[in-house]
Design a protein around this ligand. Sequence first.
Ligand code: 26M
Length: 819
Amino acid sequence: SKTIKSKRIGLSKNDIKDSFLENLFFHIGRVPKGATIMDYYQALAYTVRDRVFKEFVTTVKRISDEDLRVVAYLSAEYLPGPHLANNLLSLGITEQTAAAMAELGIDMEELILQEEEPGLGNGGLGRLASCYLDSMATIGIPSIAYGIRYEFGIFEQHIKNGLQEEYTDKWLQYGNPWEVVRSEIGYNIMFGGSTKHVTDSNGNFTVNWIPDSKLRGTAYDTPILGYKGYGSILRLWRAEAIDTFDFSAYNKGDYYKAVQEKILSENITKVLYPNDEQETGKELRLKQQYFFVSCSLQDLIRLHLLQGRILDTLHEKFAIQLNDTHPAIAVAELMRLLVDDYQIDWDKSWNITQRCFGYTNHTLLPEALEKWSIPLFRRVLPRHLEIIYEINHRFVQELKYQHGCSDEQLSRMALIDHSGEGSIRMAHLATVGSHKVNGVSALHSELLKKHVLYDFAQLWPDKFCNVTNGISPRRFIALSNPLLTGLITETIGSGWLTDLKELSKLENMAEDPTFQNKWMAIKQTNKASLSDHIKLETGISVDPSMMFDVHVKRIHEYKRQHLNVLNILHLYLQIKKGNNKDMIPMAFIFAGKAAPGYFMAKLIIKLITAVGDLINQDTEVNDKLKVIFLPDFSVKKAQHIYPAADLSEQISMAGKEASGTGNMKLSLNGALTIGTLDGANVEMMEEIGMDNFFLFGLNAEEVQHKKQGNYKPGDHYVHNLHLREVMDFLISGALSPENPKLFQPIYEQLLYDDPYMIMADFESYLISRAKVYEEWGNQSNWTKKSIINVARMGKFSSDRSIQDYSSLIWKIDSFQNRP
Ligand code: 26M
């Protein structure tokens, strides 16, 4: 790579300009005259990609030369966001590239907007994986991230008549300049059929899996560049038929059947399941998981053997991290590869397997814990079922005879749940098959040990640890909020972008009036920009001087968007009654997708838009209140929204949100948080201080206690006048004249069941909001708190999370810590 010194990868303005024109000609086949914006974008993408490759190849060479230990991150989802601007930032060539484009009469910002982001995930879990990849590349943790190259990512959300409609995401329709297909890197994957247990002529016992279908996984690589740092790689697998045609069928004249196999094979990686909970019993989903896991493990084994090593040392060279249970089948697959394909004995294989894997849990919701029905599992993966039975058998024996566990404990802990037709508990498989299990915030990790994995934590206390989530400061402030980034760098230097704790140096400035004014002016500019965007997308005008109250995340009952709505209705009713003397003008901004089959979540979207329709048009209230639902939330949209937020809504029922990461992104951009003691909010408040955080609601313990007692949501309705007014209004028909009963399901659930304790927390929410209004009244005071929020966010960098993973779980040194 040292020999590649041509101006083809030069970083000066002129080299960039020359390569851009060359790429436009040789890659796209165009000259500037007649080129479209899309042609320009593609040419610039190739220009940047060439430079990314250079850095990337340097890192790969170093890993290979120094024979370094590598992290293999296994995740069914990634949400990298647009690559172009991030790669420019990482290479440090944003300015000269903009200048080069300007000389050609091209607005670089316009090109950046052309990029379709890869929506290969649902939400928090997928975005976390991408933040971690950014941090591993920045710090220099040798790494490779494996996943699925979905042809259609998360659906595009349109809002029609206030309702969510789903459209196919066609992110690949204009090609993808960031990836390279590695046609030579591919593996065969088997499904179905049966197993044969045989003793060969040497007396060795082996198992043959005779599948009833096979397909091929091909690698598509996207180089990932860390900030002024090292490279990593996102390797995504695409399913293809092994033979393009079934020639025997073709020769018989059955063209349709010949093509069908190809179509069926390619189906595996067609589409992302748009659910951020369990999708029960979907055969294709299990196939997706197994497909990408098997490709990835075969690839690791190939890389390992290629370095001239033996499989006995696999765990010394690779730390494999399971991002939730979606890749947990890896435990059984690695055992199969070692035992069946490489004839390593069971105990040794098991030892290697356990030492390779770490498992990260992201949910306590019982309905979200992955289970696979045994009949389905047997149909798709007959050999893996046998292996899981064997792991289970040995585990149960150990519990019984070495630990003296009771039958009750055994049935609680087993990998198999015998109720009904029987199912496999993937969280148990992942826990037993890993040497470390972690939760994603301090509270979540504690609750994990106390409830979901209680027995395992008792048995193996040292296996459990916490790694609090973090976010990439490159994407979520440097890229998304250039003005604030400029002010911070001008004030404390630029070290904070790779050492976020340095933000604490801003504390000195919190009360400085000049600094406060600059801070406020930037927020104002960001709000004006979002306001323009809102106008463009929804037609609604929002005055940027209003307080921007932001609630953006997947729509879920436990996240309680409808608690926010109840408060909005309360404010509306107050104004209507004339109680609006010193009410603060507020814009409530929502965004987020609902799982297409999630009735209540979709009804909550309709509720938000119905409340918006009522309020935004009513001249009696619309100078005080606006309610916006921004359609099609994505990484790109998120980057536009966070910098403009004044208040961040983090109001899940305590004990339900494993961590949250939007909470961190908003706070890092200077929003104050109103929130419950849930997930990482707890640690954020610890860092930020109670005075700079609006806390409300029951804590996790109180929630649990109340649930065990006899919680009567109706009591709150009876005793709280405001709540009663709002609830009655919900079914008054005013929100949905054409269908007065529309919101009855929400009304009834809250009044008679209220699983997420909205009625119980309503009053406390209002009291906390009253403090928000009071603090907002003193803008200098608010700004001081905003600065303090940012100054105390250092802990929540994904760089810190990755350092924690490296020292607690992976035992891998970064390049940075290496001579
Ligand atoms: C499962 C089966 C079938 C189809 C989809 C799924 C599935 C996909 C994504 C299930 C869960 C998925 O994601 C869950 C998630 O995003 N969890 C969030 O993870 C974040 C990162 O740790 C946390 O911050 C959030 O609190 C947590 O909700």
